[in-house]
Ligand binder design. Structure first.
Ligand SMILES: [Zn+2]
Length: 67
């Protein structure tokens, strides 16, 4: 398992700039959801070819992936 990057949950909310905390992660699909600790905005990350987490979108609901 390559969880090297999993520990660096360094992200900033696109809305208010506060730090993010892990909400949900799916290593099988290479997806991760982070939530803002202040305003609760969800940030959707996807793993790219190099194993780096890339912010795809942000939204108020946590089930955007399931659509
Ligand atoms: Zn925020």
């Amino acid at each position: 398992m390559s969880e090297k990057n999993a520990r660096t949950y360094s992200g900033k909310c696109v809305d208010c700039g506060s730090s993010l905390e892990l909400y949900e992660v799916d290593f099988t699909k290479g997806r991760r959801i982070m939530q803002c600790t202040r305003c609760g905005l969800y940030h959707f990350y996807k793993k790219d070819f190099f194993g780096k987490w890339k912010l795809v979108k942000a939204g108020r609901v946590s089930d955007l992936w399931r659509k």
